[in-house]
Design a protein around this ligand. Structure first.
Ligand SMILES: [Fe+2]
Ligand SMILES: [Fe+2]
Length: 191
């Protein structure tokens, strides 16, 4: 599936604003894959479909999470998290993408995951830094992403956790575990 075909499939599932965001994530993910020796085709597909389920009704997402056992813990946390695992499920069952690496990158793009692959880091980061994103700290993460993928992911996770805490929102444990995992990996690499 090429870029144009993929975008045509995803477009009716998104708002205009989210479609523009998706194109930003796609271009950013391709750039990051080029910079850090990732698979550009997989980065393109994972990016195009990462928010596929963003606008599914809450009830539908909830029943998919329960029926497909996508982690009932999820239901205790913000529904902003749900579209990622539900998206991976629907991209497989409705679009027919079966590549597990791509599906995993869609699945973890909001929460992160312990032991993230290169592709997962690329999609997680591209979603955070794409050009239409404007929030405090994003420029620093963009700058870091020019050189150091892990450090950029660590900064994005840190900013996300701090932001959620300031908003008095819950922190999904996997996001904290992901932060520790990346920080530990950096320590191992530096020692
Ligand atoms: Fe998303
Ligand atoms: Fe997104």
């Amino acid at each position: 599936m090429n870029k144009e075909e993929a975008l045509e499939i995803v477009k009716p599932h998104l708002t205009e604003h989210r479609y523009e965001h998706t194109i930003g994530v796609m271009n950013t993910a391709i750039d990051l894959a080029e910079r850090f020796n990732g698979d550009k085709d997989k980065a393109m597909l994972a990016a195009v479909f990462h928010d596929y389920a963003k606008f599914r009704p809450k009830d539908e997402m909830e029943s998919i999470i329960i029926r497909e056992e996508l982690g009932k813990d999820l239901l205790k946390y913000g529904k902003e998290l749900w579209h990622a695992p539900v998206g991976a499920y629907l991209v497989k069952s409705e679009v027919g993408i079966t590549d597990e690496e791509i599906l995993q990158a869609i699945r973890s793009h909001t929460s992160g995951r312990v032991g993230m692959s290169l592709l997962e880091k690329i999609i997680f980061l591209a979603d955070y830094i794409e050009p239409s994103r404007h929030f405090p700290g994003v420029d620093e993460v963009r700058e870091t992403s020019e050189q150091n993928l892990d450090e950029a992911v660590r900064q994005a996770l840190m900013n996300t956790v701090i932001f959620l805490m300031k908003q008095n929102q819950l922190i999904y444990p996997e996001t904290l575990y992901t932060y520790n995992d990346i920080a530990n990996e950096q320590r191992r690499n530096n020692s």
